[in-house]
Each structure stands twice: as structure tokens, then as C-alpha cells.
Design a binder for this molecule. Structure first.
Ligand SMILES: *Cc1c(COP(=O)(O)O)cnc(C)c1O
Length: 370
């Protein structure tokens, strides 16, 4: 007896987009003491969010509001858009699934950068579509011309861009994205993943007023708001796209505690500003460290810094040697950025430990390579 799994699901790789630090610890038996690999916030959550979440526990026997209405209204006011332009989801990862389900299916193509945020590719594969990728430029920027060209040549249904980018950290000004968006085919939807937008300079966020009908802007409470484990984010798009999401999204997709925490955190702008300034300090520390060690870094408007190790082999050896010493980092998997490794801004203690351990690792590796 054997139930019949669809050929689509049978054809998918058994790999998952992210190997969690917990899984690596279980495999190696070495605990991570410096956890700077997943771009998690080292700066906690707003005390107001914590209070709201504690209170929400008292009503956890109730179903959550399936429309996340209070949060959507607050977000609408915050961003000066209509409430019916907002869909709340269990993080951008969930919303990417909705966008892909809405615009991708068998015979449909999604365009993105090779080695960009893997959840997009994961969903495209899962819904039977095809990923078409174009390489990053050698300097770590997304190749906007190549992405737009590919969207046209492939008659793509969807194009994905993270701005600021992960894993590179690089970013474009919104005015530069306008030309990119204008150059896309009329029928091609476009995801602008703004997971790191709070850390970026003024003029980076894509304007939400009078939104182009092809655009979906995605935001999250996982990074600057420090709520990655709560799983909550949102999409801003036209009411037509939001209506489409509502047809397929899990009705109770965002739990009650996360909704309450996000609402409170949204109103604590001072807290978020404090996180942004601590992250800026941390990026400066990493950049100074890199300079001392003769490594270059990519420009970053995120909560991490991407260090250039020169070659793929050296970057991988650095990652492995750091892991042996209890330091969790990640590295880009595809050329040209596979020569780099990516380090999240950690706590003061984590940054000090990293600054102590990285030079040891480099001398060990460079002696072995030489
Ligand atoms: C961290 C990150 C996200 C956040 O995803 P959530 O599901 O909201 O936690 C989305 N996109 C990119 C590029 C990221 O790096």
C-alpha cells in the first residue's frame, strides 16, 4: 500500500532553504555561543510590545482576529494607504508564498538574482513554477538591467528584488528603482522585499502612494522590531492583489500574540530608532575590524555586514573554522558572492568575541592555504 504523492511534490528536493543553527548544533555537538548568522536582532523587543504580548496571553483561548484589523488600520495610518491595501501574514516568508501562489503556477516564470533570498525559490518550486536567475554584479549589487531584461525575454509573471538586499547588504535609492519598475512588462508582478528598510538611508523605501498595480511591498517585524520568533509581517499592494491573497491565505495565519506585539511595537518608534542606531554602531565596528584585517566589506544598509574573503574556498574555510569555535555565521552560496561571508550585528559581547576569534581563524587558515 502506498499513497500517491503528486509528481510535483515527488520532484522537489528534500532540502530546506535554511539550515537552522539548532540543527547544526545537533549535528556537530558544538554549541554556538556567538549567534550572528541569521540576521536576528541582538537588541530585544520594545517593552511596550512585551507588555502587550504578555497581556494577549490572557485571551489566548480565543481565536485571533482573522483580518488583523487593528494592526491593519494602524499600518494604514502609518503608511498613509488604505486598509484594504494591506495583508498581514506570518512573516514575509508566508507572504512570499501568497504572492507566488497568486502569480506563479506551472508554465510561469519568476525572475530573481542567483543566490538571493531562498524562500522565494522554495515557493516557486512548490507551486510548480520555474525560477529564472541572473547573477549579482561582482560588486554585490543586484543587476537591475539584467533582471528587467530577463523579465522581458522570459515573459516572466513575477520578479523579486530585496532592497536592501540579503545576502549582500547593498541597496538602491527608490528613484533608481522607478526606472527598473517602469521597464518591466505590463503583466509582470514585482515583489519589493523591504525586510531591512528600517536600517536604510532616507530615500530607499519605495513610495507607497499611488502604487503601481504590479508592485507588492513586503515588510516584517522580524528584524528592526526584533520579533522574528513571533512570525509577523505584511504586504502593501493594490486592493486587487490583497483580495487575491485573501482567497488563498490561511484564515487564522497570524496568531493573537504576534498581532498584539506588532501593534504595540509599531507605535514605539523610539525603540526602533534605538535599535537602528545600535546596528549602525555595530556595522561600523565590523567595518573597522575588516579594515584592520585587510578584508574588504560590501556596503550595507542592513543589520549585517558582508565580508569579502577573496575566494569561495577561503570564505568556506572561515565559516567552518568559526563554527568550530562556536561562532554561527552564514555565507552566500552562489558566484560571484560565494567569496563572501555574512555577519549579523550581534550584542556588544558577541561583537567583541567575534573580533577576538576572527583574526585567530584567519591566521590559521592562511597558514594552511599557503
Ligand atoms: C529576514 C528576511 C526576511 C524576513 O522574513 P520573515 O518571514 O518576515 O521573518 C524576508 N526577506 C529577506 C530578504 C530577509 O533577509
Amino acid at each position: 500500500m502506498k499513497p500517491s504523492i503528486t509528481s510535483l511534490i515527488e520532484s522537489l528536493p528534500a532540502t530546506i532553504p535554511f539550515v537552522a543553527p539548532e540543527s547544526i548544533e545537533r549535528r556537530t555537538g558544538i554549541p554556538f555561543t556567538v549567534r550572528v548568522g541569521a540576521n536576528e536582532s541582538a537588541f530585544g523587543i520594545s517593552p511596550r510590545a512585551k507588555y502587550a504580548m504578555d497581556q494577549a496571553v490572557n485571551t489566548i483561548s480565543h481565536y485571533n482576529d482573522p483580518e488583523s484589523n487593528d494592526l491593519r488600520e494602524a499600518l494604514a495610518t502609518h503608511h498613509k494607504v488604505d486598509t484594504n491595501q494591506i495583508s498581514v501574514g506570518a512573516g514575509i516568508d508566508d507572504l512570499l508564498g501568497l504572492a507566488v501562489r497568486t502569480f506563479i503556477g506551472p508554465e510561469r516564470i519568476a525572475v530573481s538574482s542567483l543566490g538571493s533570498y531562498p524562500t522565494l525559490h522554495f515557493h516557486v518550486n512548490g507551486f510548480g513554477g520555474t525560477n529564472h536567475t541572473v547573477p549579482y554584479l561582482p560588486n554585490g549589487f543586484n543587476d537591475l538591467n539584467a533582471l528587467a531584461d530577463a523579465a522581458i525575454k522570459q515573459a516572466a509573471s513575477l520578479v523579486y528584488l530585496a532592497n536592501p538586499d540579503n545576502p549582500a547588504g547593498t541597496w538602491f535609492r527608490a528613484s533608481d528603482l522607478n526606472a527598473f519598475v517602469n521597464g518591466l512588462p505590463d503583466s509582470c508582478a514585482c515583489i519589493l522585499d523591504e525586510a531591512y528598510i528600517e536600517f536604510a538611508p532616507e530615500g530607499t523605501a519605495f513610495p507607497m502612494g499611488d502604487l503601481d498595480p504590479r508592485i507588492m511591498i513586503m515588510r516584517t517585524f522580524s528584524k528592526a522590531h526584533g520579533m522574528a520568533g513571533a512570525r509577523i509581517g505584511y504586504t502593501i499592494a493594490t486592493p486587487e492583489i490583497i483580495t487575491a491573497f485573501n482567497k488563498v491565505r490561511l484564515h487564522f495565519n497570524v496568531n493573537l500574540i504576534a498581532q498584539a506585539g506588532a501593534l504595540a511595537s509599531l507605535k514605539d518608534l523610539d525603540f526602533v530608532a534605538g535599535v537602528v542606531s545600535s546596528v549602525q554602531q555595530g556595522r561600523n565596528d565590523y567595518e573597522a575590524l575588516a579594515q584592520e584585517l585587510g578584508l574588504s566589506t560590501l556596503p550595507s544598509a542592513t543589520n549585517f555586514v558582508t565580508f569579502d574573503a577573496g575566494t569561495q574556498q577561503r570564505a568556506q574555510l572561515i565559516l567552518n573554522a568559526l563554527a568550530k569555535r562556536g561562532v554561527f555565521i552564514r555565507k552566500p552560496g552562489a558566484p560571484p558572492l560565494d567569496r563572501c561571508f555574512r555577519v549579523t550585528v550581534g550584542t556588544d559581547q558577541e561583537r567583541q568575541d567575534f573580533a577576538r576569534i576572527l583574526p585567530q581563524v584567519l591566521s590559521e587558515i592562511d597558514a594552511a592555504i599557503a
